[in-house]
Design a binder for this molecule. Structure first.
Ligand code: AMP
Ligand code: ZN
Length: 490
């Protein structure tokens, strides 16, 4: 039995799919006006784990994700600017170029994080006709009204508006939406916005109400229901979508089709930094390229996400990601030792571990406990190396850490270990110092001598000079670790 926490009912519930052994999932995709930050990506990692857990349980998963390339405004009250039009103006590019460029970047990030592709990826701008049809249906049913800047949904007409909200969302809403003079209710939202009179938009379309563009919440209703039917099984997103975006998706779907939209609603918690939430507007973001440039594998970030339950806030710092990278490297090292073990029969203990693993992952994606179990297995003296490796690669179907792709060269580790990451973002740990330039090796040797002579000042100075040449030097107990600071390929 699989249990998920359902935001709709505010409790953990047994997952019952509409069709046996099939799961239809819709996840809100990125707004492609800038690079995704690791906070955004935490949400996609959580959704990837959800898919993998369902597949592990034998479900065939149909996953739909949208690309928001129009209509997401800078203000939650529908009074702000379209994020893409603004981005295009700032970068002096066409909106279409901006959308294509950041979509490509996003897809590359997903690959580096080993996030499985969606079954269907749809762009909002490819479904304008269907969005207009949905708004027409809402109009026919009496849920809309028109004001000077667009067509709006009248939330007071829907008896159960806001059924996803708990106390937290009700409080949060007060800070996120303002009274707008012409709107009938503060929670009313735009279905179709008219192009501003004083400025030429790059993306605009004709509609029965005038030239303009669709509101953000409409696209997800169209793209999910067109591909999955109504109701469908699971709708996911970041926790911030509960109060407005998902609430307004539900409002439109239920008003138009008089059916529940999705049976389960699942939300991933935020990634925070010291000052609070990681967000582009606060200027505190880290991207996947930032990690790579520091020699951190994107999979180390994935590991950090696995280690925190998706409904708990997670903190991100240099220390936290270093810790995850080191732990992941230990896991890879253990895996490469175990990989060469001769085959032995699988025992009852193995079976028992597999059962425990399944219990954890099926308990609302308790991945942190599944990871802890994995470390217990690696320490268990009763299990053979072959059994350990078999369990590890089995569990990695859910973890997605690419255990089988890693090949650590652990043979006769010498004085130097080189840590770096390859183009795919996988860590390399090797004693093959051939790839370190002669000049750097000479400086490292000089520094080792300086340290042996307790000339700490000289050692620090050398460390700095080596760093300027693109290499980091770290001292561990009896080894010098060299890391390449990988510059993003231009
Ligand atoms: P956006 O591209 O702005 O539409 O956001 C994409 C996804 O990232 C949404 O599901 C957001 O809820 C989520 N998100 C934004 N900031 C964070 C954060 N700091 N931590 C976790 N998820 C976030
Ligand atoms: Zn959405």
């Amino acid at each position: 039995m699989i249990k998920f926490y359902n935001t709709l009912t505010k409790k953990k519930e047994e997952f019952k799919s509409i069709e046996p052994q099939k799961a239809g999932i819709y996840t809100c995709g990125p707004t492609v006006y800038w690079f995704a930050h690791v906070g955004n990506l935490r949400t996609y990692i959580f959704e990837d784990i959800l898919k993998r857990v369902l597949s592990y349980n034998g479900y065939s998963v149909k996953h739909i994700m949208n690309i928001t390339d129009v209509g997401h405004l800078t203000s939650d009250s529908d009074s702000g600017e379209d994020k893409l039009e603004k981005g295009a103006r700032q970068e002096k590019k066409s909106v279409w170029d901006i959308a294509n460029f950041y979509t490509e970047c996003f897809l590359k990030d997903l690959k580096l994080l080993n996030i499985l592709d969606p079954t269907v990826l749809v762009k909002a701008t490819d479904t304008i006709k269907e969005q207009i049809e949905l708004i027409e249906l809402l109009e026919k049913k009496g849920f809309t009204y028109t004001i000077s800047d667009g067509v709006y949904f009248d939330t007071s007409k829907l008896e159960k508006y806001g059924k996803l909200w708990g106390e937290k969302e009700k409080t949060e809403l007060r800070g996120r939406i303002e009274e707008v003079a012409e709107k009938k209710n503060p929670t009313d939202f735009a279905l179709w916005k008219f192009s501003p009179k004083n400025e030429q938009r790059q993306m605009e379309w004709n509609s029965p109400w005038g030239v303009g563009f669709p509101g953000w919440h409409t696209e997800c209703v169209v793209m999910s229901i067109e591909n999955l039917g109504i109701p469908f099984d699971i709708h996911c997103g970041g926790i911030d979508h509960v109060s407005i975006h998902h609430t307004n998706e539900i409002a439109q779907a239920e008003a138009a089709y008089e059916k529940i939209m999705s049976n389960y609603w699942m939300h991933g918690e935020f990634l925070n930094v010291k000052e609070g939430k990681m967000s582009k507007s606060l200027g505190n973001i880290t991207t996947i390229s930032d990690l790579k440039n520091k020699g951190i594998s994107p999979l180390a970030y994935r590991y950090q996400c696995l280690n925190t339950h998706y409904r708990q806030k997670m903190n991100f710092s240099d220390e936290s990601i270093e810790f995850s990278q080191n732990t992941l490297e230990k896991l890879y090292e253990r895996a490469s030792e175990l990989k060469i073990a001769p085959k032995t029969p699988l025992t009852k203990a193995s079976e028992e571990y597999e059962k425990q693993f399944l219990d954890f992952i099926n308990d609302d994606l308790n991945i942190p406990s599944a990871l802890a179990l994995t470390w217990d297995i690696l320490k268990d003296k009763e299990l053979s190396d072959y059994e350990k490796y078999s369990l590890l690669i089995e569990f990695d179907k859910v973890f997605g850490l690419r255990i089988t792709d890693i090949d650590f060269n652990k043979k006769d580790l010498g004085e130097y270990i080189l840590k770096t990451i390859n183009e795919e973002g996988l860590p390399i740990l090797t004693n093959n110092i051939d790839i370190v330039p002669e000049e750097i090796i000479a400086m490292i040797k000089e520094r080792v001598n300086a340290r042996n002579d307790k000339q700490w000042g000289l050692a620090d100075e050398l460390r700095e000079r080596i760093k300027q040449k693109g290499w980091l030097v770290e001292d561990s107990e009896n080894q010098t670790i060299i890391k390449q600071i990988k510059k993003e390929d231009a």
